[in-house]
Design a protein around this ligand. Structure first.
Ligand code: ADP
Ligand code: ADP
Ligand code: ZN
Length: 225
């Protein structure tokens, strides 16, 4: 299965990607996470991307397409991918189509998470992550089981993304509306778009995505009992 998850910042793309990885045996490719790793390592890409990300703008198509091309060639992508945060511009969508064609990969569906602005602000305001393993949480909607301790790795260190501040979020939302939403007609023309209500609780959104994928001819894995 190869799918794209589209949605504004805070829509739940990362959260749903993790659920889908398990259910469909496909690999999440989160370009935001990849860029943050480049920034943390101080690589040339990271040095170029840092200021752009902090300003809530989009990193250049060139860098993103190159990063994605290399990432998709790795063996862990052989069983399919869930693209989380890519493509974010029309040129990226076009480059992806060419890349898939070249490598014989078939795009099954483009899942669009729809939410209103107030919900997004609330999502982003409460978002935090484990500093050690990157597990994602929300102050109200997905707290750790034990206060101050990561469920996954036991770490007691957590981080907020620097670009989750209110003024940068406004600019990221503008970037979504101006540069990312134009990819929707591109995929609508190919009959691939499946719209899902992203405002519901996590498990409900996951069930809606599963239903949408079924309509696109993609079945979840049988869970062994
Ligand atoms: P969110 O989860 O809030 O949607 P991401 O973690 O996906 O945000 O992305 C964080 C930032 O990384 C973006 O604001 C942008 O600066 C950069 N970025 C991520 N993916 C792309 C992309 N495909 N094209 C350009 N910039 C990107
Ligand atoms: P994105 O990757 O699209 O930026 P995330 O998956 O990081 O979004 O979700 C943003 C925040 O909202 C996180 O703190 C996450 O725990 C929380 N969240 C995700 N999905 C839901 C949901 N359906 N209901 C409530 N909170 C959610
Ligand atoms: Zn952790």
């Amino acid at each position: 299965m190869n799918i794209i998850l589209v949605g504004p910042p805070g829509a739940g793309k990362g959260t749903q990607s993790k659920i889908l990885e398990e259910r469909y045996g496909a690999r999440q490719i989160a370009t935001g996470d990849m860029l943050r790793a480049e920034v943390a390592s101080g690589s040339p890409i990271g040095l170029e991307a840092k200021a752009v990300m902090e300003a809530g703008k989009l990193v250049s198509d060139d860098i993103l397409v190159r990063m994605l091309r290399e990432r998709l060639a790795r063996p862990d992508c052989a069983g399919g991918v869930i693209l989380d945060g890519f493509p974010r511009t029309l040129p990226q969508a076009e480059a992806l189509e060419a890349l898939f064609k070249e490598t014989g990969r078939h795009l099954d569906a483009v899942i669009v998470l729809e939410l209103d602005g107030d919900a997004l602000v609330e999502r982003i305001a409460g978002r935090f992550a484990c500093a050690e393993c990157g597990a994602g949480y929300h102050r109200l909607f997905r707290p750790t089981r034990v206060k101050g301790v990561c469920d996954k790795c036991g770490s007691t260190k957590f981080v907020h993304r620097p670009d989750d501040s209110p003024d940068v979020v406004r600019r990221r939302l503008a970037a979504y509306n101006e540069q990312t939403s134009p990819i929707l007609p591109f995929y609508e023309a190919r009959g691939l778009v499946r719209k899902v209500n992203g405002m519901a609780p996590m498990a409900t959104v996951a069930a809606s995505i599963e239903e949408a994928l079924r309509r696109s001819g993609v079945q979840a894995r049988q869970i062994a009992v």
